[in-house]
Write a protein that binds this ligand. Structure first.
Ligand SMILES: Nc1ncnc2c1ncn2[C@@H]1O[C@H](COP(=O)(O)OP(=O)(O)OP(=O)(O)O)[C@@H](O)[C@H]1O
Length: 365
């Protein structure tokens, strides 16, 4: 089944508005199978805010979502929705009494119910007419108004995602929890669906916690991004704050591959074969790692100025050249991305320059 562009979706601005809530994790501890999975996990989402939880596999992202949903009990700390405690040690308010919506990776649609019945399922508390009105408005918004009598298996992957979205926002929850909502969609479709989903979340003004392991997705969707590591937040901020000022080398590595050069601070600079990098605030003698992003951190040219090097690998990635460049004085090649240039080939001698704006320096232990 083919999927078309965003024109498939209904009119923007037509999703019903939720009464967004504050969602607060306060020093939440969860232990599973003898392991600490959430460790004094604290995070507060303001009403209407979209926060993305980003982290390696096993860092505890899904567990945090299950805790918010009331599916996973906590062993310490508390979860509050609008200041009401919904989880604490020995207390778990059931999922259906929390005013939350859920949207999972596999969409969890009911296969034996029609598209319309899937959406109506979450609206059982309303009268028949009100429920039908709300369900049909949600289906219209996601462009499925003409599919209400079909069954989920008759929809494409992208359409199933839309149905899952319609079902989760139709009851106008005050908090929406989304676990890897786009991971089963192919890359081409993901961008449109992501953009439309974001627009629906904004329209409903629902407080949203989105789990993803994709940094780009987190940066596009989140008002704030929380980087989770071993069940704790390693860093939280806007996408641009975390990208520009990652808290440590691991956080920086999460957002892009890096070329890393070990150095020692002397005269306020970290020396590298590509030239010195200013490191204000670090004492002379401090061992550091200079981390260079492949896009923007370095540039190469066939002519001076720059440090001499040679292209030893090159892939063309639809308009972008991904190159490995060996430079005198370094044991490992530098990774470099720049707009494709057919005149630059493997084996070519080049000159490499550093752009300190896109270079990060971290003190080593
Ligand atoms: N029921 C369980 N019993 C024992 N260990 C569990 C259980 N559920 C999760 N874990 C462990 O808790 C850790 C965190 O799991 P969680 O699913 O929250 O991670 P995640 O960050 O969402 O990972 P992924 O991106 O792979 O989904 C993992 O090491 C996992 O193996």
């Amino acid at each position: 089944m083919t999927e078309k562009t965003s024109t498939d979706w209904g009119l923007r601005g037509t999703t019903g508005v939720s009464f967004a809530a504050t969602l607060e994790f306060d020093a939440v501890d969860v232990r599973l199978g003898g392991r600490v999975v959430l460790d004094q996990f604290s995070l507060t989402l303001k009403p209407g805010e979209i926060v993305c939880l980003l982290g390696e596999s096993g860092s505890g992202k899904s567990t945090a979502l299950r805790v918010a949903a009331g599916i996973q009990p906590v062993h310490g700390g508390a979860v509050r929705i609008n200041s009401q405690t919904v989880s604490a040690s020995g207390k778990t308010v059931a999922a259906d009494r929390r005013g939350i919506g859920l949207m999972f990776q596999d969409f969890a649609l009911f296969p034996h119910l029609t598209v319309l019945q899937n959406v109506l399922f979450g609206l059982r508390g309303l009268g028949r007419d009100a429920a039908l009105g709300q369900a049909r408005a949600a289906l219209r918004r996601v462009g499925l108004a003409n599919r209400e009598a079909d069954y989920p298996h008759m929809l494409s992957g992208g359409q199933q995602q839309r149905l899952a979205l319609a079902r989760s926002v139709a009851p106008r929850p005050s908090v929406l929890l989304l676990d890897e909502p786009f991971s089963s969609l192919d890359a081409r479709l993901r961008e449109t669906v992501r953009e439309e989903t974001l627009s629906v979340l904004r329209e409903t003004h629902v407080t949203s916690l989105i789990v993803t392991h994709d940094p780009e997705e987190a940066m596009v969707l989140g008002d704030r991004v929380a980087l989770l590591r071993h069940g704790r937040i390693a860093q939280i901020g806007t996408a641009s704050e975390i990208y520009r000022r990652p808290v440590d080398l691991d956080a920086a590595r999460f957002f892009s591959p890096l070329s890393e050069i070990d150095s020692v601070v002397a005269d306020g600079h970290a020396g590298t074969p590509l030239g010195p990098v200013a490191v204000p605030g670090l004492a002379d003698g401090t061992p550091v790692t200079v981390a260079i992003r492949p896009a923007g951190g370095i540039a190469m040219s066939a002519t001076l100025p720059g440090t001499p090097g040679r292209i030893i690998g090159k892939h063309d990635a639809i308009g972008i050249d991904i190159c490995q460049v060996m430079v005198d004085g370094l044991d490992t090649p530098l990774g470099l991305r720049q707009p494709s240039d057919a005149t630059m080939g493997v084996g070519q001698d080049v000159f490499v320059t550093l752009n300190p704006e896109h270079v990060l320096v971290f003190a080593r232990d």
